[in-house]
Ligand binder design. Sequence first.
Ligand SMILES: Cc1ncc(COP(=O)(O)O)c(C=O)c1O
Length: 385
Amino acid sequence: MQIRYFDHAASSWPKPPAVIEAMMQCIEEYGANPGRGSHKLAVRASRTLFEARYNLSRLFNILNPNDISFALNTSMALNQAIKGFLKPGDHVISTSIEHNSVRRPLEYLKNKIGIEITYIKTDEQGLINLKEVQAAMNSQTKLIVCTHGSNLLGSILPVAELAEIAHQRGARILVDAAQTAGTLDIDIQATGIDMLAFPGHKGLLGPQGTGGLYIHPELELEPLIHGGTGSKSEETDMPNVRPDRYEGGTPNTVGIAGLNEGVKFVLNETVRKIHNKEWELTQQLITELLSIPNIRILGPGLNEQRTGIVAFELPHIDASEMSFILDQSFNIAVRAGYHCTPLAHETARTLEGGAVRASVGYLTTVEDIEYLAGAVKEINQHYQR
Ligand SMILES: Cc1ncc(COP(=O)(O)O)c(C=O)c1O
């Protein structure tokens, strides 16, 4: 039975065939260590890393590809940015829809070194009032850190405006692009984003174990990892040169070879086309689901801006049970529970029972949406009896 995959917000699947081929080719033909040798295979591995960095810089309009360092996932990139940037006594502004990958490192620093955090409460749809952000800025505010797209509500935060607010007071902005990289236009130069943490395994269509962090050239972070870089080996400190400073240890060359092809796929299709297609699919899904009495769809309403996430709640059906039945009886993969964001569930008033989250991808079809909506309706009818 065919699987209908609606968990792209966790990891996109399936991947374009070129991603798989590039990974196979890397492991079969040049699985050597990049940057640690000058032999032909090491040079070829280094070239793959260079090419991936170059293509990512085209995607995000970043001037120097070396300002991008690879990480294993968004969480690692966010940890590098947050722990590498903030100092004791700093004040940070964040939001009430953050993923634990932002909230936990912030809370860790609050307990360990005494930073102060203000979480700006968004409305129930996950939209932020910029005046409240402006009012929360003070002389100690060094950073605004926020998600670009909520992984529960599908709402989109105005990162260019937030960057402007930060810069007016000499602060910086870190954007968590876990839900938007590859599916929503991100232009580093036009928006003024200072640090961008992104996954390789979601909208960029690469494999798990890939991600990265863009760091503005003026910013100097404490490295998260200290280790071998293959450069300046005589020094005890991490080298100052980028990206080596933030890339201690052997990288995931095989994964990055795949990521490179995922990014090329996105560049070829264009982010706009991908976003538009995903938006149309979410509109179709919301329209279908709204015919179910008493259903509550979280996040922005019909025809409003959103990412490819549609989370919903039915008052008389437990979210975990719904997702279990969808999986077992209909072969549909969705995600229930708290989606690593209790903050957003509190904002949406779903902290008690959680919600069912369906997220679409570029290869999701209109038939997939009809099938999912039909299954939810059938389960609902069964419970009404
Ligand atoms: C908004 C947001 N931030 C961070 C993460 C963490 O991403 P990763 O699994 O790549 O560490 C996720 C994962 O779903 C997310 O949705």
